[in-house]
Design a protein around this ligand. Structure first.
Ligand code: URA
Length: 238
């Protein structure tokens, strides 16, 4: 990776908007390799330059990866004119880093949502060709019968134009009826439509995992945190 302007370096770390950054730099609050630098256009090497703001180190990382426990009632979108979106739950810092949700959960669906600014990684996690399983817990209004397991394994026929890819289904409780299902694609209302096709309605849906990444159940609904190094490795992030 080559050098970059100091103001861009700080902007990509979500420190402040570019216009605000110029002021911060001009005031002498930023040092590069121990020396005050008042030139926003000064070139730094993200890998080797030591940059500080008010003497606190600013470490560079190209991408950010957040795990969110999505609450019900919030849209999986970056903006919406009236409804609250998952990005509204994050501090300005991350929005400045231009993060977006990886895939969509319905408004009423809860659970694991990855939020990042790494488009390639998002694509890899979502493409059915990459076969990354998404694990859901579904509460159902009735037991659709043992035959549903086979139907899911073969690929549920939703309608003329859509047969779901084979999915793994297991029932983990009968009263109430709760199932775990692993799917490899994310079409609109995928899981709800698959259950409807075998005669049961989903009354509650929560995503528990994406590939090897599991929801941190200690996160409150609406809570989020950055992925650990180990978790980043699990999803193939740098
Ligand atoms: N399938 C659904 O039906 N809804 C979701 O939110 C996710 C998967």
């Amino acid at each position: 990776m080559g050098t970059m302007r100091l103001d861009r370096f700080l902007k990509e770390q979500g420190i402040a908007a570019r216009s605000e950054l110029k002021k911060i730099i001009k005031k002498g609050r930023v040092k590069v390799d121990g020396k005050i630098c008042t030139d926003p256009g000064f070139h730094v090497d993200p890998e080797t330059s030591r940059v500080t703001l008010d003497d606190a180190p600013v470490r560079y990382s190209r991408y950010v990866y957040l795990m969110m426990n999505k609450p019900g009632g919030v849209l999986t979108a970056t903006t919406d004119r009236s409804a609250r979106t998952v990005l509204d739950l994050l501090p300005e810092k991350y929005r400045r880093m231009q993060v977006f949700p990886v895939g969509r959960l319905d408004k009423d669906t809860e659970g694991l949502l990855l939020v990042t600014n790494n488009g390639d990684l998002a694509h890899n996690l979502l493409s059915p060709k990459k076969r990354v399983p998404k694990l859901y817990e579904a509460h159902l209004d009735r037991y659709p019968g043992e035959s549903a397991i086979d139907a899911f394994r073969k690929g549920v026929v939703i309608n003329d134009e859509f047969t779901a890819l084979p999915a793994e289904l297991r029932f983990i409780s009968m009263e109430p009826v709760i199932a775990h299902v692993e799917v490899y694609e994310g079409k609109f209302h995928q899981v709800k439509r698959m259950f409807r096709a075998v005669g049961a309605e989903v009354t509650y849906l929560k995503r528990l995992g994406m590939g090897q990444l599991k929801l941190d159940e200690t996160l409150e609904p609406g809570g989020y945190r950055e992925l650990t190094e180990e978790e980043k490795t699990l999803i193939g992030a740098e």
